[in-house]
Design a protein around this ligand. Sequence first.
Ligand SMILES: *[C@@H]1O[C@H](CO)[C@@H](O)[C@H](O)[C@H]1NC(C)=O
Ligand SMILES: *[C@@H]1O[C@H](CO)[C@@H](O)[C@H](O)[C@H]1NC(C)=O
Ligand SMILES: *[C@@H]1O[C@H](CO)[C@@H](O)[C@H](O)[C@H]1NC(C)=O
Length: 473
Amino acid sequence: MHFPRVLSALLATAILPLSVLGSIQIVPGASWTTVNAPYQHIQAHGGGVLLVNGLYYLIGENKLAGSAFQSINCYSSPDLVNWSYVTKLLSVGQGHADLASGRVVERPHVVYNEATKKYVMWLHIDSSNYGEAKTGVATSDTICGGQYTYLGSTQPLGFQSRDMNLFKDTDGSAYLLTEDRVNGLRIDSLTSDYLKPVKTVFLFPEKYTYEAAAILKRGNTYFIFASDQSGWDPNDNIYSTATNLAGPWATWKLVAPAGTKTYKSQTASVIDINGTAVYMGDRWVSSNLMRSTYVWLPLTISGTTASLVPTPVLSFWSSTNPPQNNQVNWVLNQGSWSPGTTETTYEAEASANVLAAGSKSVDCSGCSGKKSIGYIGGSPNGKLTISSVSSTATTQTTIRINYTNADSAQRYATLSVNGAKYIVAFIPTGDDNTPGTASVTVRLNQGTANTFVFEAYNGGWGPNIDRVAVPVS
Ligand SMILES: *[C@@H]1O[C@H](CO)[C@@H](O)[C@H](O)[C@H]1NC(C)=O
Ligand SMILES: *[C@@H]1O[C@H](CO)[C@@H](O)[C@H](O)[C@H]1NC(C)=O
Ligand SMILES: *[C@@H]1O[C@H](CO)[C@@H](O)[C@H](O)[C@H]1NC(C)=O
């Protein structure tokens, strides 16, 4: 049942004082661990999200072991925060030369064809030096029920194509958005089965170097988003609008404040989640691509304007030191969104915490208090216990853990919250002085008696923990 928000808030207060909705949060740029095995940071880069029968499916590139093709992965979630690993949709050695190891297989995008009842995936297919510049197509009867059937690749309409995307219009027609480096960004119509391009309905002539396009339709307005070309490094992404895919398209404008480099991200996908436009970008880390994170931010759309404005203006905003995100964390409600709630932070090195079995305070110049707690896990199973964590409600809530991990691979920890165990992955941070953030959704009890214990997962070493931010409610 769907109540207006004010009424549901009243009901929650009157009838269910201990149950608060909407405290689970999207934390852009954090390590996102799946709630099932293998409990890793999500590897679905450069992809997109589809809603099928009440579950969201995230499909993207696996970059666990570098840039070359490993697999196209699928994850599912009921709420875009709690993600489960589902399966690989394409893998190395699937019997096609395009999918051999060492190849480039990037930017998978899937649309559903009502007439053929097939899920149709288009991807960027290339040689390791990006010289082939082709698009590939694969199909399946199910969104993520298993391996897709790979049909092969071509240069669409005979033109180069690299960072590409798909757009399915409200009338059921679908389009390939393709980066033709010689001539410009193209919108190509597809055949009714979505398997082949028919013709270019628009070629953006302004600049030849826009890529990674994504289209969102709002009412009768099409918004196209794209990035400039700067390799794995981010740039200030741009957008344009039209009321017809064949144009005319308005002059390109910046989607985020100049200099933020789109909050250090590149467009992968822009989708509507029950009325909230959500920008889904990739924050690529070229030195170790598995460290790349998902910068999902609420996009404010008004008329023909789309912007990733800082709303509200964040206290740490300054033009010389722009923030990493326009929201540190945010809540997707039914039909709206809100910034993350007030938080209490708990320093790992606070004297009230209990260190056991070898865990100890270590220096960390970038950490709050310049200290973190290291030697968690490992053979003595070092532990960090933070007691007296407070919450005004008994609720599921998303906490943010600031940490360092100087390894080149993920570290893991088991976090027990009042005895319930959560496995958390911590992607590398490059060194032990520059903290990153990991998010995990846990169940807290109302009151001030919640206890967090960080310890080993599978006997391995955990990260160094700097501090933990816990929503007040
Ligand atoms: C959006 O609405 C659909 C259909 O009512 C629902 O299944 C889905 O859970 C909603 N999404 C979110 C994030 O609330
Ligand atoms: C996460 O979502 C799955 C469904 O995908 C559900 O079974 C599970 O209970 C959810 N877990 C939490 C903690 O919400
Ligand atoms: C966590 O680290 C990030 C990145 O260094 C920083 O922006 C943020 O303020 C830190 N948060 C907390 C709660 O310490």
